[in-house]
Design a protein around this ligand. Structure first.
Ligand code: NAD
Length: 515
């Protein structure tokens, strides 16, 4: 199998999908699909509001086009049908990069993944390859997504060792399950398939016999006995806002449903990832590797967060303790803090969900989650405690919060744990003013029901929470921060990212709290 000439469709153009579509789009035809029409419109206009891809890079991706209409995905394969191309096109590669959030009870919400699999399933043709990048629990791709692809396409999942040394491909292990599965000759007449794929309804599924291009791309299909598709899993490791570690610079784990598919998928990513790839032995291994990367980080942060709670009671500054301990060669340099975002604070729940489903109650992972999820409330209560200690009337006080996004220099306000601080302060009757030069005011309003404002010396607050280390905030010296606070009382400053020396803040008259 050789994926070198195939068109790629990227399904879901967010923080993960867009950079991927752009990298491939610099080299080969790529169709970027998203259900949000406004996202497609902004990308077609050359703008990415996530700031992961610049206007120049979007232009560089010469072979990339966008659509919000799934029916156009196959028709956009070059040359487009309108320009004389054939909708009976050669096999494609679909890469799914949709969100995998948790619900309010921290259970995996697979709705976007299921919907995206339905969309892809309706478009699938024999020998297509579907690669999932969304973070999931081990087993999810083959237990949840693959049956949907089979059901919607009527095709077989090609897995295991179907490809023999002669290059012959046979049925997958679970091929007898779906009565709608058909041979190429009958697929065109089946109403379900035709109805599901309006764009391709008039065409019979591409078979080796009637599409020479297909045969050229995938010689093994010449002897295909039952049409099927391949699946891969290649987790994304992108770090939003990080301009040093970008997609090509981060080694990528790959996997595939057959040895040949795995090799081909690995080669596909080598085309854009200069840091190289690691071919995992199975889809499950690749899924598990991703989910534990974030669970490990979560636990390491939980450990230092717990230390910070203990040391706070002892009157010891945790940052100073960690600086001292880090002088040992094998001490891991984790810092305490809020754990928000879509990865570290979410992915462990995918793993624990699966473990619980299998009858095992995870102890370590969930206790780390509990600690990290409580850090926002813990910080807010300490700010209130210190304000009360300094005689500030909290019922009439205003606290300024600097930063609402889930991380520094990134406009994403979803899954931000700063909101826990704000809500706790409000629960105690304080007024909270939030300032964030990176966040979109409308998104903040929609996501959190908050109105962003400016905090200036002309509109001073009674205390400050430095929640996010945006580059703009990093530049503010302690005396500038003091100027943002009322002069009449000793203000509290919660320097949650330890941006300043404790003593230099104290020298300005601040009561300092840090994790
Ligand atoms: N953001 C990160 O730092 C990061 C890093 C590594 C892995 N991941 C994982 O990658 C996946 C995607 O994350 P993201 O941050 O890019 O999400 P995102 O929310 O930024 O983007 C997802 C996009 O998918 C679109 N979408 C939703 N349902 C769709 C559907 N059915 N069909 C087509 N498009 C659909 C949304 O409109 C959105 O534009 C998640 O599983 C996440 O855990 C994220």
């Amino acid at each position: 199998m050789n994926l070198a000439n195939r068109t790629i469709a990227v399904i879901g153009l967010g923080y993960v999908g867009l950079p991927l579509a752009v990298e491939f789009g610099k080299k080969r035809p790529v169709i970027g699909f998203d259900i949000k029409a406004d996202r497609i419109a902004e990308l077609q206009a050359g703008h990415d509001h996530t700031l992961e891809v610049s206007a120049e890079e979007l232009k560089e991706a010469k072979h990339l086009s966008f659509t919000a209409n799934p029916a156009l995905i196959r028709l956009k394969q070059p040359p487009p049908v309108a320009l004389g191309g054939s909708a009976d096109a050669p096999p494609m590669v679909f890469i799914v990069t949709v969100p995998t959030p948790v619900d309010k009870a921290n259970r995996p919400d697979l709705t976007p993944l299921i919907k995206a699999s339905e969309t892809v399933g309706r478009l699938l043709k024999p020998n297509d390859v579907v690669i999932y990048e969304s973070t999931v629990y081990p087993g999810c791709t083959e237990e949840v997504c693959v049956p949907i692809l089979e059901r919607e396409s009527g095709l077989s999942y090609l897995t295991g060792n179907e490809i023999h040394s002669s290059g012959h491909e046979t049925l997958g292990q679970n091929t007898a399950i779906d009565p709608r599965r058909q041979s190429p000759a009958t697929a065109a007449n089946t109403p379900a398939t035709a109805a599901n794929t309006p764009a391709t309804a008039t065409n019979t599924p591409a078979t080796a016999a009637n599409t020479p291009a297909t045969a050229a791309n995938t010689p093994a299909t010449a002897s295909l006995s039952t049409p099927g598709f391949y699946v891969g899993y290649s987790p994304e490791r992108i770090n939003p806002g990080d301009k040093t570690h970008r997609l090509p610079d981060i080694k990528k784990v790959t996997s595939g449903s057959t040895p040949e598919a795995a090799q081909a998928i690995d080669a596909l990513y080598q085309e854009i990832v200069t840091a190289g790839t690691h071919l995992a032995s199975s889809i499950k291994v690749a899924e598990a590797a991703k989910v534990i990367e974030n669970a490990q980080r979560d636990l390491n942060i939980a450990f230092v967060n717990e230390l910070s709670v203990i040391f706070n009671r002892m009157g010891i500054d945790t940052t100073e303790v960690l600086q001292a301990a880090a002088t040992k060669w094998n001490f891991l340099p984790f810092k305490p803090g809020l754990v928000g975002g879509h990865c570290i604070g979410v992915d462990p729940y995918y793993l624990t969900h699966k473990a619980q489903e299998l009858g095992y109650q995870p102890q370590v992972i969930l206790s780390g989650r509990r600690i990290n999820d409580n850090m926002g409330r813990y910080a807010a209560r300490n700010v209130i405690r210190l304000m009360l200690k300094n005689g500030i009337n909290v019922a009439q006080a205003t606290v300024g919060v600097l930063g609402i996004t889930f991380k520094e220099n990134c406009p994403d306000v979803r899954n931000s744990k700063v909101i826990n601080i704000i809500e706790e302060l409000q629960n105690w009757g304080l007024t909270v003013k939030v300032m964030d030069p990176w966040a979109d005011p409308q998104e903040v309003q929609q996501e959190h029901g908050l109105t962003l404002t400016e905090i200036t010396p002309q509109t001073p607050v009674d205390s400050l929470v430095m929640a996010v280390a945006h580059s703009q905030f990093e530049q503010w010296a302690p005396q500038q921060l003091r100027a943002l606070c009322a002069q009449h009382a000793k203000p509290v400053i919660a320097d949650l990212k330890a941006l300043h020396e404790r003593t230099s803040l104290e020298a300005q008259g601040f009561e300092v709290f840090r994790f």
